[in-house]
Design a protein around this ligand. Structure first.
Ligand code: NAD
Length: 490
């Protein structure tokens, strides 16, 4: 697939089944490939959010009355439309987020896996009923919450929203979606696809904007739950503000993911696994490895990573950094680390740009060796294709570094020793662990979510755990008097 940067897309809100211009501040969307304007929108005002929630609420009353099987039919159709339009939608994802076309497609496909999980709820979500005493039965019934909301980040314009929307809607809620103000264009295509699939008016609402729009969502009394994915400081703010307004909140934050590298690891698995992990999506994903804990003599393995990464071609198998500001932050971090004594094994600054995209925000993969454990490159989420290697004498030192990091999203171990892999699995503090896997994203029906500063709230955002977040479980206990006569109808 060849990237085609779109001409300016006029983006609006989708409220009560109608495309409606925002009434707030005007905003622009810039492609990180060209630094040209590819979209424009106006933020949604508080008044518009109030109107949207009113319409979502009345839509929900009818939608929730439909059976789960009937709601699922819309999701099957939605899947068909996404697959039909995958090139068109992936092109928009790439253009606004800087991903390669292949990464954009892969992200959308991962979102479709969550959608497939939502379509399987009609068969999977059997809840429970049992006779708890003679002739007394207890059962669970799942009920939607009503109007719920999702606030999503720039780096997966389709996949992260798809973690939430299909499950929340299939359960019977009406969903208010506020996409990232940096990459909001994909939301138009997802919304159009759901509308074409037959989703009734008001069940998916799209509102555009930044902090003000988010605050209007957090403060609205009729929004019962908020799912958030983004950076940790904002996740914390969303969690605190949402809870203050008595909402159920699950807010996923940033990450600093560690790889434990042991000398006995399989070189082929290490080369591919580590390279893919820190360079995929140009390092702009919450599952990207950013610290390599090099335990003992692992130089041959590090050479394998350098060799693998050196073959990456910008624009072909690695995309751009989201903005000029982020690019500047990353290049400064490399310089700072160098000044602190790190050895630069690969310096990705000022690379040759791919033809036709000379104005893009390019940074090639960068590997810093001998990084100090308490330095910025070792501790902060940089969010770019930078791997910081910390040399460790033993496993205890490596574990201490991982455990002292405030985040807890993912960690991986590369070894052929099962007992060592098990030790690291048990003692690392991250919520998602990979064994000889660089990007340990759990697949459905397993749930996705980290711990500590990487997630505020209880439960996980996908898979089985997410069902209870988007619903209430009603507990029903029943006893009937026994039938006196068998022929009472005659
Ligand atoms: P961000 O926190 O800047 O923005 C996320 C969302 O919050 C966007 O919709 C944005 O418009 C909104 N927002 C921004 N500032 C706000 C404010 N002051 N008040 C209210 N809302 C605000 O994150 P980002 O830069 O879009 O995304 C990258 C971050 O997301 C990284 O930290 C990454 O690790 C994280 N992320 C985490 C996961 C995960 O599963 N844990 C997944 C993807 C991305």
């Amino acid at each position: 697939m060849q990237l085609r940067i779109p001409k300016k897309i006029d983006l609006q809100n989708y409220i009560g089944g109608k495309w409606t211009p925002g009434q707030g501040e005007k905003r622009i969307v810039i492609s990180p490939y060209t630094n040209t304007i590819i979209g424009e929108f106006k933020e949604s005002t508080k008044k518009q959010i109030n109107d949207a929630v009113k319409k979502a609420h009345s839509g929900h009353l009818e939608w929730a009355q439909r059976s789960l099987k009937e709601r699922t039919q819309v999701m099957f159709k939605f899947r068909e439309i996404l697959l039909r339009d995958i090139d068109k939608i992936s092109n928009v994802i790439s253009s606004e987020s800087g991903k390669t076309c292949a990464e954009a497609q892969a992200g959308l496909m991962k979102g479709i896996e969550v959608l497939e999980f939502a379509t399987s709820l009609q068969n999977l979500d059997r809840l429970g009923r049992m006779e708890v005493s003679k002739d007394i039965f207890c059962e669970y019934r799942r009920e939607p919450l009503g109007v719920v909301a999702g606030i999503t980040p720039f780096n997966f314009p389709a996949m992260v929203p798809m973690w939430m929307i299909p499950i929340a809607i299939t359960i019977g809620n009406a969903f208010v979606w506020k996409p990232s103000d940096k990459t909001p264009l994909t939301s138009k295509f997802i919304t159009d696809s759901l509308t074409e699939a037959g989703l009734p008016a008001g069940i998916l609402t799209l509102v555009q904007g930044g902090k003000q729009t988010v605050d209007a969502i957090l403060e609205h009394p009729d929004i019962k739950a908020v799912g958030f994915v983004g950076s940790s400081p904002i996740a914390k703010y969303i969690y605190q503000t949402g809870a203050q307004h008595l909402k159920r909140v699950l807010a996923l934050g940033g990450a600093k993911n560690h790889i434990f590298l042991l000398p006995d690891a399989d070189p082929a698995l290490v080369g591919q696994g580590v390279a893919d992990s820190f360079t995929g999506c140009a390092g702009q994903r919450c599952m990207a490895a950013s610290v390599l804990l090099a335990i003992g003599d692992v130089d041959p393995l590090i050479n394998k990573i350098v060799e693998k990464v050196s073959s990456i071609k910008l624009g072909e198998n690695m995309g751009t950094i989201i903005s000029t500001t982020s690019l500047e932050k990353l290049t400064k971090a490399i310089e700072k680390s160098k000044k602190e004594g790190a050895k630069i094994l690969l310096d990705g600054r000022n690379p040759k740009s791919p033809k036709g995209f000379e104005k893009g925000n390019w940074l090639a993969p960068s590997i810093l060796d001998n990084v100090k454990p308490n330095s910025e490159a070792a501790c902060e989420e940089l969010f770019g294709p930078i791997l910081s290697i910390i040399r460790c004498k033993n496993i205890e030192q490596a574990m201490k570094i991982e455990n002292e990091n405030p985040y807890g999203n993912a960690a991986s171990v590369f070894t052929q020793n099962g007992a060592m892999a098990e030790f690291i699995t048990q003692n690392a503090r991250a919520g998602m662990i990979g064994i000889n896997i660089g990007v340990p994203v759990p697949r459905e029906p397993f749930s996705f979510g980290g711990f500590y500063e990487s997630k505020f709230g209880h439960g996980d955002i996908t898979g089985e755990s997410s069902l209870n977040f988007w619903s209430n479980l009603k507990k029903v206990t029943t006893k009937w008097s026994s039938v006196k006569s068998k022929n009472w109808m005659s």
